[in-house]
Structure formats: structure tokens, C-alpha cells
Design a protein around this ligand. Structure first.
Ligand code: UD1
Ligand code: CA
Length: 491
């Protein structure tokens, strides 16, 4: 325990993130490409932070402004690498800020899913230089691990510099290293760019360590899939699938029933109670808390939601910043926007949109409504087609509906407006003044029936008349009968 503490005090982490990532073919810097909804570099940073290092040095260059804006909340020593002259050059930019006695953990920012357990294992033999390797069936693009006849590590050879024979090697460099700072600094000054990429390769440092007689441990990590880098969209997509599998496994282990583990995406944190069910093609993002017996129907998208036990979200509903009590029924096709707060047993039916809506227990809006900036009491019934007109073109206003109100279908409530407890609002009303409690209020033009009304006679225009005449003519010559079979085929 004391040992570990000492290591954390001396541990400096360098993360390389200055490259452009041209192989991604996008305008967004590579390390900001999203994985599970957040920039890939954040995944790595969150893992590294758990080691409590003395400092994290982030080497940046390409897309610096975007990177700094995206990570403004993270405590980092920002190290500028003006020109991207290779990974060795990148590391050397950070060295002036690192004391000689430190252990230096070097990581590539395009490896988002490096497991904490691996880094901890490396730190457990921090007296050495440690290099993490992995075996890949498709090693193309990675530096290959060279070993002598006794199997002792000798050097790393980059893809572009490797002979055809060396390219057959399947043990590759993961890009994760632990170095003693003083020696690393020495080796970095000796790097040259005499190679295929004309860059200073960090990987050349390892052969120098061997030449200096330093002990270099190679740590081969068996779960190679999580150590892979994302140079291309294809590799990033693979890592995304891997991450999703990991998340779904955690939920399954926690007892969540998942209709198809391949068709659930988690882009954030999910806390689930007992007997939760999640159907296919669901996306959960932000922080979602699902109470006991919550069920999420197919095709639902939930962001930052807290759902009370027994609540059912039916197919194709979209919920953002929703908090609800127990046994609510939401959807199908409901859209609950930020600030939706539902008490117990509220029903939000199909094609109902809510926003900043606080709705009391047992209230229902079953069909086709908009409830925005609205406060509803308990046992309120909102008829189909009811709209709270909350926006006058300049400001938003509140609609208040007290307990036990019945709003007839197709009603517009022009806010600010209040409906008293137990009031009835007649269907088709436009309510622009407060309605008193316990009474029927309606605004509706009087229904009339015109006694002397006649259905319009069929009027025939001159062109219609011409068409009618020519139709009659073709019918009499038999041309019509010839056309009929073709017409049938077209149908
Ligand atoms: C590198 C390794 C390779 C290893 C692989 C693991 C070298 C020379 N090669 O290759 O052995 O198998 O990672 O994924 O180290 N970067 C900078 N400044 C630079 C160049 C790169 O900060 O001047 C950063 C990039 O932003 C990236 C990381 O370093 O995050 C790695 O660079 P990349 O070009 O992806 O290296 P690879 O070709 O993948
Ligand atoms: Ca890479």
C-alpha cells in the first residue's frame, strides 16, 4: 500500500495527441472522434486519472483549439508540439516538466479502451522499462516486436521499415510504455529521423535501452482487442462495438434482461434496479437510472432519465431529462423533453410532447398533445389535440391546471392561464382567460345548420366537356376495349 502511494507520487503520464489523424478522413481531430458519445481521449483520461498520477502531460498540436475547448474541465499540463515530427519528438516536448526520478507512463491518445488493470500491472514492476505487446491476427500498421533466438526482446520495427519477413510477425507494439525518466531523457536526445517516415520514432528508444544494458520487460496482454488503436473509422467502429459489448455484459451481470445484447447502445452510465427489461434498438445516454421492473420498449432513446419502478416506456419514445415516479406509462411515440417531471401513474400517450411539464399523479395525456411550461395537478385528463400555447413570439408563459380538471379535446390554452380545480373545459375551446374551479368553461362558435342550403350542382368546364365527348367517341369505335387489358396489367 505504502509502495503504491510512493509510485503514484512519482508517476507522470504523457499522452500523445498532437497528430492530425489523416487516416480518419474527417475535420475533427482524431482524438476527439466520439466513442460511445464522448471524445475517445476522455475514455483514456478517465482511466489514467484512477492511477492518481502526479501529473498528466498532454502533447497537443493539430487541432489544439478544439482539443483545449473539449477538455477545458480536465486538469492537464498542456504541452505544445508545434510540428508533428514523430512520437519520440512528441515525448521529448513533455520531458522538461518531468523530474529525473519519476516513472513515465507513455500512452497514445488513440487507444481509448486501455484497461486500468493493465496499467496497474505495469506499475507493479516500475523499476524496469516496461513495454506492452499484443498478438494480432491482422497486425498491419503496428510496430512489430523483434526477438532474438532465445526469445529476448531486441527492438521494435515500424510497419513502413519492416522487411516482408518482419511483416509476418504478429506480436506488435501496443504503444503503452513505462520508462525511468532520466534514462528516457537521455535516449530521446539520441533519436534520429533516418527512417521511412523521416520521423523521430519513440519506438527506437527500446533498442537503446537494451544497448544500455537496461532491463526491458515486455508484458503481453492477452485481451488484445481492448488495446487496439483507432487510426481509421473502421478501427474506431470496432472499438465502439467492443465497448458496447462490455457495457451490455455489465448490465446482464447486474440482472437486466436485454432482448438482444447486439442491439443496445450505452453512451453514458446506466444504473438499473431489479427485473428491468430493455427491448431492441434502444440508446441510453448521459446518466439513466431505471428503477425496479422498468421496461423500455423497442427503438427508444433516453438521455439523463430517472424512471421510477414499474414505469413502462413504450416503443419509439424519445425522453430527455425526464424524472418520473412509479408505474408511469410513456409512449408509444412520446417525446418528453427536458424538465418533464411526472408523479406516480401518469400516462403520456402517443404523439404527446412535453417540455418543462410538471404533472401530478394519475393525470393523463393520452393522445396528440403539447404540454410545454405546464403545471398539472393530480387526476387531470388532457383530451386529444390539446395544446398549451406557451410562446407568444417573445416570451414563454406558464399554464397551470389544478387537480381533477378535464380538458376537452382540441383545446388551446393560451398561457399565462390557470384552470381551477375540478373545472371542465369544453372540447374545441380556445381558453385565453383563467377558468374557474368546478365549472364548465368553453369558447366555441355556435353551431348552425343552414336550412336553404343546396349541394352544388356538378359543373362541367369546356375542357372537361371536350374530354367527355372524345371518350364517348373512342368507346363507340371499340378503342376503349383494346386499352383495357393494358390498364389492368399496369395495376
Ligand atoms: C505507433 C507506434 C507503433 C505502435 C502503434 C500503436 C511509433 C513510431 N509507432 O504507430 O509502433 O504499434 O503506435 O498504436 O511510435 N503523435 C504525436 N506527435 C507526433 C506523432 C504522433 O503526438 O509527432 C500522436 C498521435 O496523435 C497519436 C499517437 O501519437 O495519438 C500515435 O501516433 P500514430 O501516428 O497513430 O502512430 P501509429 O502509426 O499508430
Ligand atoms: Ca495510432
Amino acid at each position: 500500500m505504502a509502495d503504491k502511494q510512493r509510485q503514484a507520487d512519482e508517476l507522470h503520464v504523457i499522452i500523445l495527441a498532437a497528430g492530425q489523424g489523416t487516416r480518419m478522413r474527417t475535420t475533427l481531430p482524431k482524438v476527439l472522434q466520439p466513442l460511445a458519445g464522448k471524445p475517445m481521449i476522455r475514455h483514456l483520461l478517465e482511466t489514467v486519472q484512477q492511477l492518481s498520477p502526479k501529473q498528466i502531460h498532454l502533447v497537443h498540436g493539430h487541432g489544439s483549439e478544439q482539443l483545449q475547448a473539449a477538455l477545458s474541465d480536465v486538469q492537464l499540463n498542456w504541452v505544445l508540439q508545434d510540428q508533428q515530427r514523430g512520437t519520440g519528438h512528441a515525448v521529448s516536448q513533455a520531458m522538461p516538466a518531468i523530474p529525473a526520478q519519476a516513472s513515465v507512463l507513455v500512452l497514445m491518445a488513440d487507444h481509448p479502451l486501455v484497461p486500468l488493470a493493465l496499467l496497474e500491472t505495469m506499475l507493479d514492476n516500475s523499476s524496469d522499462t516496461v513495454l506492452v505487446t499484443m498478438e494480432l491476427s491482422a497486425p498491419h500498421g503496428y510496430g512489430r516486436i523483434l526477438r532474438d533466438r532465445q526469445g529476448q526482446f531486441t527492438a521494435i520495427i515500424e510497419q513502413a521499415d519492416a522487411s516482408i519477413e518482419q511483416q509476418q510477425i504478429v506480436e506488435v507494439n501496443s504503444g503503452i510504455y513505462l520508462f525511468p525518466a532520466a534514462a528516457l531523457r537521455r535516449w530521446l536526445t539520441r533519436l534520429s529521423s533516418d527512417n521511412a517516415a523521416a520521423e523521430n520514432y519513440l519506438t527506437d528508444v527500446l533498442a537503446m535501452a537494451i544497448a544500455d544494458g537496461m532491463a526491458v520487460s515486455t508484458l503481453q496482454w492477452p485481451q488484445a482487442d481492448c488495446l487496439q488503436g483507432a487510426n481509421t473509422q473502421a478501427q474506431l467502429a470496432q472499438l465502439e462495438r467492443l465497448y458496447q459489448q462490455q457495457q451490455v455484459q455489465l448490465l446482464l451481470q447486474a440482472g437486466v434482461r436485454i432482448a438482444d445484447p447486439q442491439r443496445l447502445d450505452i453512451r453514458g452510465q446506466v444504473d438499473a434496479g431489479l427485473d428491468v427489461f430493455i427491448d431492441v434498438n434502444v440508446v441510453l445516454s448521459g446518466h439513466c437510472q431505471l428503477g425496479d421492473k422498468v421496461s423500455i420498449g423497442p427503438g427508444c432513446v433516453l438521455h439523463d432519465c430517472q424512471l421510477g419502478s414499474g414505469t413502462q416506456v413504450l416503443a419509439h419514445s424519445v425522453l430527455e431529462d425526464v424524472r418520473c415516479g412509479e408505474r408511469c406509462m410513456i409512449g408509444p411515440f412520446a417525446h418528453c423533453r427536458p424538465g418533464t417531471r411526472l408523479a406516480n401513474e401518469v400516462k403520456i400517450g402517443n404523439f404527446v410532447e412535453t417540455k418543462n411539464a410538471v404533472i401530478g399523479a394519475h393525470s393523463k395525456a393520452s393522445h396528440l398533445s403539447y404540454l410545454g411550461d405546464a403545471q398539472l395537478g393530480e387526476r387531470v385528463n388532457i383530451g386529444a389535440g390539446t395544446i398549451t400555447c406557451n410562446f407568444d413570439g417573445v416570451s414563454k408563459w406558464i399554464t397551470r391546471i389544478a387537480d381533477d380538471v378535464f380538458i376537452g379535446s382540441d383545446t388551446q390554452l393560451i398561457a399565462p392561464v390557470s384552470i381551477g380545480a375540478g373545472a371542465f373545459i369544453g372540447a374545441g375551446s380556445t381558453i385565453s382567460h383563467d377558468a374557474p374551479a368546478g365549472q364548465l368553461t368553453l369558447s366555441r362558435s355556435k353551431q348552425t345548420t343552414l336550412q336553404d342550403w343546396r349541394a352544388p350542382a356538378q359543373r362541367v368546364s369546356s375542357t372537361d366537356q371536350h374530354t367527355a365527348e372524345s371518350k364517348a367517341a373512342t368507346a363507340s369505335t371499340g378503342a376503349r376495349r383494346k386499352v383495357e387489358p393494358d390498364n389492368k396489367e399496369q395495376n
